[in-house]
Design a protein around this ligand. Structure first.
Ligand code: ADP
Ligand code: F6P
Length: 324
């Protein structure tokens, strides 16, 4: 028989993402609505081990839906990678009467959730990452805000790049995944899009492309480079030397992780947060909430962790054709 759920908790873990607050709010309010007590764990698994645990009422999550970041704070916690740390985390949950936890984060955070569920604490994950790189879900909280932030910044760089007839390399986030670069590359009409999943590290192709475009009369050349490829500054130096065209690098960095979430991020976070609270209260454990094939659903964490997802070939081909 599933254990009775009286108290649930919520934490945010790994890199923050706009919309995490909307998800926290939804977990708290739907949980209370379902008749359970809700607690907030600060600073991810690090805060769990330090017992930074607070009670959350409906009013504690007022005025946060529009705020970027996470009111609970987030962290990366090495101690939680050890079995002792995980057992201690589960003991602390029992001590505080926590029957289940909603973990908002990425794959690493789900591995932490999996270890807690193996130690007797029910867990539900929610995909919170700007990178869109959770295989079981077509959407991750924070992606829409991040791409819109980056898109606006790239438009601005493009203005000055055109005025000075320069080439610009703009580096966007995505250590292992090129979704932000692909989406911005298409939306900003970039001439080249370099993503870790596809880039062949042949700079000569880019150089030839720049020279050809200049001959055609293009006044700018925008290259969107994903963080996973990186080295934008040295790439700019090499391209300038090879083409004779002034080339500048701009690294957008952490600005992409901040800011008020878009409507889409607030909406997805709200539905996913409520869904997680519902299935946790029903006694489910070891599940990840996902949006897939047009509907909200949940997957076994272990199955979700072995799923893979790749850049759609057609979309990538289109991105290349449109930039010519
Ligand atoms: P993300 O959740 O965004 O993928 P990380 O990979 O940095 O971020 O993971 C966040 C945290 O989750 C880690 O700092 C650690 O505390 C916990 N974690 C990651 N991997 C594991 C694991 N294999 N076992 C237990 N906890 C893990
Ligand atoms: O949240 C995802 C992400 O932004 C990646 O794109 C990036 O590589 C990583 O986080 C950087 O995180 P941090 O510098 O906080 O470790």
């Amino acid at each position: 028989m599933a254990k009775e759920i009286k108290t649930i908790a919520v934490l945010t873990s790994g890199g923050d993402a706009p919309g995490m607050n909307a998800a926290i709010r939804a977990v708290v309010r739907k949980g209370i609505n379902n008749g359970v007590r809700v607690k907030g764990i600060k600073r991810g698994y690090q805060g769990l081990l330090a017992e930074e645990i607070v009670d959350l009422e409906r009013s504690d999550v007022s005025e946060i839906i529009q705020r970027g970041g996470t009111i609970l704070g987030t962290a990366r916690c090495m101690e939680f990678m050890t079995e002792e740390g995980q057992q201690q985390g589960a003991e602390i949950c029992r001590k505080h009467g926590i029957d289940g936890i909603v973990v908002i984060g990425g794959d690493g955070s789900y591995r932490g959730a999996l270890s807690l569920s193996r130690n007797g604490i029910n867990t539900i994950g929610i995909p919170g990452t700007i990178d869109l790189d959770i295989a079981c879900s077509d959407y991750t909280i924070g992606f829409d805000t991040a791409i819109n932030t980056a898109m606006e910044a790239i438009d601005k760089v493009r203005d000055t790049s055109s005025s000075h007839e320069r080439c610009s390399i703009i580096e966007v986030m995505g250590r292992n995944a090129g979704y932000i670069a692909l989406w911005c590359g298409v939306a900003n009409g970039a001439e080249d899009i370099l993503i870790p999943e596809k880039y062949d590290y042949n700079e000569q192709t880019i150089i030839n492309n720049i020279i050809q475009n200049r001959k055609k009369g293009k006044t700018h050349h925008i290259i969107i480079n994903a963080e996973g490829i990186g080295h934008s500054t040295s790439m700019a130096r090499r391209i300038e030397a090879a083409t004779g065209i002034e080339t500048r690098a701009t690294i957008l960095g952490y600005m992409q992780r901040g800011g008020s979430p878009t409507c889409k991020d607030r909406y997805f976070a709200s539905i996913m947060g409520a869904y997680a609270a519902d299935i946790l209260c029903e006694g489910k454990s070891n599940r990840v909430v996902a949006f897939r094939d047009g509907k909200f659903q949940d997957f076994d964490i272990e199955e979700a962790l072995v799923m893979s997802k790749s850049i759609d070939e057609y979309q990538y081909e289109v991105s290349r054709k449109l930039s010519q």
